[in-house]
Design a protein around this ligand. Sequence first.
Ligand code: ZN
Ligand code: FE
Length: 255
Amino acid sequence: MDLLALPAFADNLIWMLHDDVNAIVVDPGAASPVKNALRERGLRLAAILVTHHHPDHVGGLAELQPLVQGPIYGPAREAMPVTVEKLSHGMAFELPGLHVRVLDVPGHTAGHIAYVATEPGRAPWLFCGDTLFSAGCGRLFEGTPAQMQHSLSELAALPDATSVCCAHEYTLSNLRFARTVEPHNTALAEYETRCKALRAEGAWTLPSTIATERAVNPFLRVREPEVVASARAHGAASTDPVDVLAALREWKNTF
Ligand code: ZN
Ligand code: FE
């Protein structure tokens, strides 16, 4: 399978996995980038995966529905603009060449799900919507810090080599915040240099990997002493990971 990132709107990425015949897309907030990619490459749309209900993730569904020659999957606990196969934690399904399993990752929205797609003999792809971003996480629109902390710790426990396919290219702005939280993290400084070079060439910083996120993402590093200390200086009620995450998220909202 090959992975493509199809840009949409200001900073969304619609992920497409294909094997030169079948294509699967994730969170098509707009239909035209998907239709163009299918046409250019002569691909058939085999399935659509949706992580959560926000318009920039579901906006293309109605227009793509007549094209899709297989299921549209979505979260069981969220309203969707088209009929979907409803998924929740622990469910799994097969697509051409892929095994996909579902995780509940509430926090950004109440019913947000993530997909872990595996092709035999390769590292998995994680499609995490707006839950985990490179060096950041989604805003807490509907969920609590405790939910988000639990969701992120489940994602952090995936294999190191897992490709992290986030729905937005927010990496450089997230890194500015991360470096303020953890000024002595050398892995973070190196990653920022690498990401700046990629963006300067017009390339995406994504997908990231779980190993990278564990090394650089303050929202996954809520037990690291420097992260805890910075959060405590910005209102964290205690050193508990949930309080640390809550303070980081509040701080980032106005950073
Ligand atoms: Zn969203
Ligand atoms: Fe989004």
